[in-house]
Design a protein around this ligand. Structure first.
Ligand code: FAD
Length: 339
C-alpha cells in the first residue's frame, strides 16, 4: 500500500459479530469511493472475536481489514471505537474516515472528530472531489433542501448514507491482495462498559426477508387505514407491512415495523411507500429497494426523488383500485408469475 497517496478508512459497524447491512453496502462501494478521492482504502472493525467476520468482509470487498479486538467491545461502544481507531488515522495518513450512516456510527464519528480536532459531516448523500476540496451533499428539512458543503481540511470524518456512491460494486478484485490483521490495542478510557444488548421481543425477520413491502406513513390519516396496507400486502406471496417513524410515533403501527435510520434496513424487490414523505432518515432504511413505488398526494414530496414510479393520488383511493384491478386480472386467469 502506498501510504503517500493517502487512505480512506472504512469503519464497519458490527453487532453480535455480524456486519450491519450498511457496512456491507459501504464495503462493496469502498473502491469506487477510494478512486473518487484518489486514495487507497482499508477496512477497520472493532469488537470481539472478529477473525471470521474480518476475513469474510475482506474476501467480499477486496479490502485489507484491521480488526481491533477487546473484550470490552463485545457490545457496540462508540467511545471505545473512536479511542481505538484514532491512532490508525495518522498511521495510514487517512484523508477521510468513513462510517455507514447510523445512530451509533454518528456518535463514533463525532467523538473521533473531537479527539482529532477534525471536521465531521454526517448523513452525506454524495461526494465529489474538486481539486483539493471535497464537495459533500446532504439533505436538510426532511429532504426538502440539499445542502452542499466544501471540505478543505483533512482528515474528515464522514457518515455516508446508503446509495451515496454511484456505480456498481466492484466485481474484479484480482488486482488486490488484501490482508487481515488482528490487533489488541490497550484501552485507557473505560468509563462506560456496555453490559448487554437485549433483543426486542416479537421482532422477527419477516420484513428483511420479504420480497414486497407495503409501507405506510402519516399520510394514512388514522390507525384504521393500516388495513389498506395489510390488504394490499395480501396480494403478494412473500409480502410484509412496514411503517415510517411518523406512523409509529402516532401509535398507528408498532415500532418494530419502523423502517429507516433508527429502524430496520430493507431492500425488497418492490417497496410501496404509501403516504410517506421521504425524509432522509426513512430513505436510509429502504433506498436500496429494487423498485420503489410512492403513492402520495403531494407531487413535491421528497420520496419522488428516489421513486421509480410516483402515483400522485390519495392512498385510500389508489390502494382499493389497485386491489380491484388485481382481482379482475386474476379472475381472467392470469398466473401469479404475471404479477
Ligand atoms: P410526513 O413527513 O408527515 O409525511 C406524510 C406524507 O403523506 C406527506 O408527504 C403527505 O403529502 C402524504 N399524504 C398525506 N395524506 C395522504 C393521503 N391521503 N394519501 C397519500 N399521501 C398522503 N423516520 C423514519 O421513517 N424512520 C426512521 O428510522 C427515522 N429515524 C429518525 C431519526 C432521527 C434522529 C430523526 C430526527 C428523525 C427520524 N425519523 C425517522 C423521522 C423522519 O425525520 C420523519 O419525521 C418521518 O419519516 C416522517 O414520517 P412520514 O413520512 O410518515 O410523515
Amino acid at each position: 500500500m502506498n501510504k503517500h497517496r493517502g487512505t480512506i478508512l472504512i469503519i464497519g459497524d458490527t453487532l453480535d459479530g455480524k456486519l450491519s447491512p450498511g457496512t456491507k453496502q459501504l464495503g462493496s462501494k469502498a473502491w469506487q469511493l477510494a478512486d473518487r478521492l484518489g486514495c487507497d482504502a482499508v477496512g477497520i472493525l472493532c469488537g470481539h472475536d472478529l477473525h471470521v467476520t474480518a476475513n469474510d468482509w475482506s474476501e467480499a470487498t477486496g479490502l485489507s481489514v484491521i480488526a481491533l479486538e477487546n473484550p470490552q467491545c463485545r457490545y457496540p461502544h462508540p467511545g471505545l471505537l473512536a479511542a481505538m481507531a484514532a491512532p490508525l488515522v495518522s498511521e495510514f495518513s487517512a484523508k477521510a474516515v468513513c462510517f455507514p450512516h447510523a445512530m451509533r456510527t454518528c456518535q463514533a464519528a463525532a467523538v473521533l472528530a473531537w479527539k482529532l480536532q477534525a471536521p465531521c459531516v454526517t448523513a452525506v448523500e454524495s461526494i465529489t472531489l474538486q481539486g483539493n476540496e471535497l464537495i459533500l451533499k446532504r439533505s436538510q428539512y426532511e429532504g426538502r433542501l440539499i445542502a452542499s458543503q466544501i471540505i478543505d481540511r483533512f482528515p474528515v470524518m464522514l457518515t455516508l448514507m446508503p446509495g451515496g456512491i454511484p456505480g456498481e460494486p466492484e466485481m474484479d478484485r484480482s488486482s488486490r491482495s488484501p490482508a487481515v490483521e488482528i490487533r489488541q490495542p490497550a484501552i485507557k478510557d473505560d468509563r462506560v462498559t456496555p453490559l448487554s444488548v437485549d433483543r426486542i421481543a416479537g421482532r422477527d425477520q419477516g420484513l428483511e426477508n420479504a420480497l414486497v413491502i407495503v409501507s405506510g406513513g402519516r399520510g394514512l390519516g388514522s390507525a384504521e387505514h393500516k388495513q389498506q396496507l395489510e390488504k394490499t400486502a395480501a396480494l403478494f406471496k412473500n409480502a410484509a407491512v412496514g411503517a415510517s417513524r411518523g406512523a409509529c410515533d402516532l401509535g398507528w403501527m408498532p415500532h418494530s415495523l419502523q423502517i429507516g435510520e433508527t429502524g430496520r434496513t430493507v431492500a425488497p424487490a418492490l417497496y410501496l411507500a404509501c403516504g410517506i414523505s421521504g425524509a432522509p432518515q426513512h430513505l436510509a432504511g429502504m433506498r436500496e429497494s429494487r423498485t420503489i413505488v410512492a403513492i402520495n398526494t403531494d407531487k413535491r414530496a421528497a420520496i419522488r426523488s428516489i421513486a421509480h414510479y410516483f402515483v400522485q393520488e390519495d392512498l385510500n383511493t389508489f390502494l382499493p383500485l389497485l386491489r380491484d384491478r388485481h382481482e379482475k386480472t386474476f379472475a381472467k386467469g392470469e398466473t401469479d408469475e404475471d404479477q
